[in-house]
Design a protein around this ligand. Sequence first.
Ligand code: NIG
Ligand code: FE
Length: 414
Amino acid sequence: MASTIFTNIRILVNTRAESPLLYGKALAHLPCIENAWLLVEDDTIAGYGPMEEMPSKYSSVKEVVDAKGCLVLPAWCDSHTHIVFAGSRENEFVDKIRGLSYAEIAARGGGILNSAGKLRDASEDELFSQAWRRLEEISKQGTGAVEIKSGYGLTVESELKMLRVIRKLREKSPLSIKATFLGAHTYPPEFKENHQGYIDQIINEMLPAIAKEKLADYIDVFCETGFFSEEETANICRAGITYGLKPKIHANQLNLSGGTQVGVAMGAISVDHLETMDDYAIKTLAASKTIGTLLPAAAFFLRMKFQPARELIDAGCAIALASDFNPGSSPSGNMNLVLAMSCIQMRMLPEEAINAATLNGAHAMELGQELGSITIGKKANLILTRTVPSIAYLPYAFGSPLVDRVMIAGNWLS
Ligand code: NIG
Ligand code: FE
């Protein structure tokens, strides 16, 4: 049996016997052990505790890692990305610097449609190799589980192509991967004047084909002014649910879209973005089991007001943090930066941010019992940091490469 023991860990972070979804105040409680040991057997966390209680029989394991001065954390669980895309959109980035808004770029046929055009021209192999490089990049930065959406296809054929690429990533990568069908990302040019026609295609053609090949775990809709209305979102979610796909929704990004209320009414696993919230949306979310997934990198990149994390947490919501890695609103999947932004710009405490990026992120992919904390029997997806003085140092020293090594399913990434 391949086994690794970590000794002298300065702080072993997020040690838990149970793995509940964390709501409101519970997010600020991050259980840790100082001067700890941790045993990994095969791909699983097999034991941990304070150094003075380390059983001596573990001294003969294959690999001993002296983690003196370092932290060990559960790897990041990034529950919202769009990493299957073709090329990049830095031309629009420059347009935004010159003054155009995200909505104005989209209205000109840029934005999501720009990526959809590029994706339709790319082969499955080309898309796979681009997405693979992004997976390698984020895993080296400490991400061990990731949700990936379709939504740059916008035709039956291209949406299936994207979802097959995600399936192949899942087959070949050691990371835990969940797939989300986001056909309702925007309207393709051929349905510009016939929105219901495209929704019918999503419901009557795309969903049955996706279900037949079991290509998706979740259904997503961009519920937003100029994109999909509350009613359209509800109809698409209902159709997805009949095929066994639970909703995870793009909600309240640019406007008070009603997406949070629809998501909650549909029993969504999560409503994501939440830059633009009012009291009613916050109260609705707080009274539900739906997770609010905050994407501060998108707010940062689009120069928008950050998500009201404090109000959401104080109201009692379950909050997760994710990167939104995509070519238009967050061309980075670096969860270390997401952590820093959430503390610096949204006033989340480092403990809250770490819980939101690990255990609650795992719950936002229904992996809360397998990942997201240091718990016996969970998969050994771990971050070993460089020498750092404290937990708060991680978001404080933003931009410093503090992740030294990453272990995925018991194996070190090279
Ligand atoms: O989550 N808001 C909608 N979708 C993506 C952006 C997609 C794009 O611009 O390519 C997001 O921000
Ligand atoms: Fe997104």
